[in-house]
Design a protein around this ligand. Structure first.
Ligand SMILES: [Zn+2]
Ligand SMILES: [Zn+2]
Length: 352
């Protein structure tokens, strides 16, 4: 009889229960068995939790599923053919992504946009359980970084990839729409790269955090007020890049209007809803609109360093903590997102 471990299982939309699940078997030759420590909850977890899987890629059967893709863990056991750098006891962050290796995006080195992408915690079981088996190439050592900061590496990797897609140079300006965890990570990563940032968010506390993370200007207002703020910041020009992290379909029209001609809009936030916008704005201004999906292994490695360098700032974003036994409350806290909620963490290893 196999041993059982505790897990928070999303049985069907809106139904998360604590359950015993089978312990993973002995690791395959190139697998590692992990003991998850801390898991961050994010917007895509909510899409899935609430059954809005249209916002997620892939035609999979999603339920039942152990969620958790922002994940820090300790290696419990390594398979016999794992790279020598990975040892039991090491703390690691999990790059949740696995591509098929055969489709067009995989063949051109963009597995993060794989047509049958598999993400730990979304298409496969994730970190909200006491033991988890993943392929060794998906774990990245984090050295002496603490577990809570390490759980922020995955969201940081999303920001690194978005900046990669934006193609920014030091000294250039970017407007980041939305100062939730991904928006704030984008502000940090952009600032670290020498890029000048303006951030927008309706929540005052989040605007304050964006300023602390390095934004030169933070603003909120109606369409005209925001455009005026941008015009003032850019001395009448428009910014060459706008990154939308909001997941609000209306933000795309706003971004297209805000960006300067020949500029680029990067869409990171996910939504299942249609975006109302005038298509003529694209040829008129000759703007690029690009999507940004997950992160490559190289982005993830860069995110490990960025989080290590910014651990003190990141601590200010980690606002709520729950033990695994209260995972459902953690989800509800993100859903009912009060103004003071930024990043909600679930402590998996310190059960209470
Ligand atoms: Zn996430
Ligand atoms: Zn593929």
């Amino acid at each position: 009889m196999s041993t059982r471990v505790l897990a928070a299982v999303t049985k069907s939309p809106g139904v998360m229960v604590l359950d015993d699940v089978a312990e993973p078997g002995p690791p395959g030759p190139q697998d590692v068995i992990l003991r998850p420590e801390v898991v961050g909850i994010c917007g895509s977890d909510l899409h899935m939790y609430s059954g809005e899987v249209g916002a997620l890629s892939g035609a999979h059967s999603f339920f039942p599923r152990v969620q958790g893709h922002e994940l820090c863990a300790v290696i419990a056991e390594t398979g016999p053919d794992c790279p020598g750098g990975l040892r039991a006891g090491d703390r690691v962050a999990v790059w949740p992504l696995r591509g098929c290796g055969r489709c067009y995006p995989c063949r051109i080195g963009r597995a993060n946009a794989c047509v049958s992408l598999e993400l730990v915690g979304i298409h496969r079981d994730g970190g909200l359980q006491q033991l988890l088996c993943v392929p060794a190439p998906q774990v990245f050592g984090v050295g002496d970084l603490d577990a809570e900061s390490a759980a922020f590496i995955e969201p940081m990797s999303i920001a690194v990839h978005a900046l990669q897609r934006a193609g920014l140079h030091p000294g250039r300006r970017v407007v980041v729409l939305g100062a939730g965890p991904i928006g704030l990570a984008t502000v940090m990563a952009a600032t670290a790269a020498g890029v000048r940032v303006m951030a927008t968010d309706p929540v005052a506390g989040r605007r304050d955090l964006a300023a602390r993370m390095g934004a030169e200007l933070v603003a909120w207002g109606d369409r005209a007020e925001l455009l005026a703020a941008v015009a003032q910041w850019t001395r009448g020009q428009r910014p060459p890049r706008v990154i939308d992290t909001t997941g609000d379909p209306a933000a795309l029209a706003q971004a297209a209007e805000m960006v300067c001609s020949a500029g680029r809009v990067v869409v990171v936030g996910m939504s299942a809803a249609a975006a109302p916008l005038r298509s003529g704005i694209f040829p008129e201004k000759e703007i690029d609109v690009v999507g940004s999906s997950c992160a490559t292994a190289m982005d993830f490695r860069a995110a490990v360093r960025l989080v290590a360098d910014h651990r003190d700032s990141i601590a200010a974003l980690l606002t709520h903590r729950f033990p695994l036994t209260r995972a459902r409350e953690a989800m509800e806290t993100v859903i009912n997102s009060q103004a003071d909620v930024v990043k909600v963490l679930i402590n998996v290893s310190g059960l209470k």
